[in-house]
Design a protein around this ligand. Structure first.
Ligand SMILES: [Zn+2]
Length: 277
């Protein structure tokens, strides 16, 4: 027991020296001060690698301070299929909520950017990989509907592994539901600015994420429907270098532009100037 305590204490001490103080860049592998990285919006000052930024941090980065009202925060998923793998779906939701500190995988609300009212939404990747189930789909649909009702541009930040398999078809139907609401927004000429973060894949990439009036990606973001390994196995060909990365997609006309994180607010502001006037 004494040995265990000593070992535990030593482990704790070891952790307290480096834990949370330093982080390794996923791009250049350089050791960086965690404070510096977070002050730089999680972008590596040496190589420019964009690490994950939370939905809440994005909201603070992009929107004007003060003008924020969250919507539909009380929506909760139902386990309609009684889905169980190694855990039940209910348990998974509970665990995800504890880990992410929010009850679902999408943040939606009304705010302003450069003094212009906007509908803002962002995926919470830490919540079950930002997967789109009935709650996420409903929140996005309502966001498009509010944009239409108030004639306010919609800015949506996608970061998702795709549809939430625990909800089966209910999850897949969110693709059609969200896109139908988006179509009504489009018919009314209300702009939709889609921001594609790393990663934007599966049912999210295959529905609204690539249907923006402007599709803007972050540098190096992985964007696509199926993963490269699945495609290579299916078509029995080796995929080109950089396939499904933002730069490749820009070159091939799938997205409109790439904006790095520090310039994303200015880029969206200019887009609003253009679309709204
Ligand atoms: Zn780096």
């Amino acid at each position: 027991m004494a040995f265990l305590q000593k070992k535990h204490a030593r482990g704790g001490e070891k952790r307290s020296i480096g834990w949370g103080v330093f982080r390794r860049c996923e791009g250049c592998r350089e050791t960086l001060r965690a404070d510096d990285l977070s002050a730089n919006l999680e972008v590596c000052p040496s190589c420019g690698y964009h690490h994950h930024l939370s939905a809440e941090a994005w909201r603070q980065h992009l929107l004007d301070p003060g003008a924020w009202e969250e919507h539909d925060a009380d929506l909760r998923a139902k386990d309609a299929l009684g889905f169980v793998d190694s855990k039940s779906y209910d348990e998974r939701i509970l665990h995800a909520a504890q880990k992410a500190g929010v009850p679902e995988a999408f943040l939606a609300g009304s705010g302003a950017l450069g003094g212009r009212p906007v509908q803002f939404g962002a995926f919470v990747f830490r919540f079950m990989g930002g997967s789109m189930g009935s709650v996420v789909g409903e929140k996005i649909t309502r966001m498009f509907e509010r944009g239409l009702e108030r004639r306010e541009p919609v800015i949506l930040l996608s970061c998702s592994g795709g549809a939430r398999m625990q909800e089966g078809t209910l999850s897949l139907m969110q693709m059609a539901k969200t896109v139908s609401a988006l179509e009504r927004l489009r018919e009314a000429n209300v702009p939709f600015l889609s921001v594609l973060l790393n990663p934007t894949t599966g049912g999210v990439a295959a529905s609204f994420a690539l249907l923006g009036d402007l599709n803007i990606a972050e540098p190096g973001a992985l964007i696509g429907f199926a993963g490269p390994r699945v495609i290579e196995t299916t078509i029995r060909q080796t995929l080109p270098e950089g396939f499904q990365r933002a730069e490749f997609l820009l070159e091939h006309g799938m997205i409109d532009l790439i904006a790095d994180r520090p310039h994303m607010r200015a880029t969206l502001g200019r887009a609003l100037d253009h679309f709204v006037g």
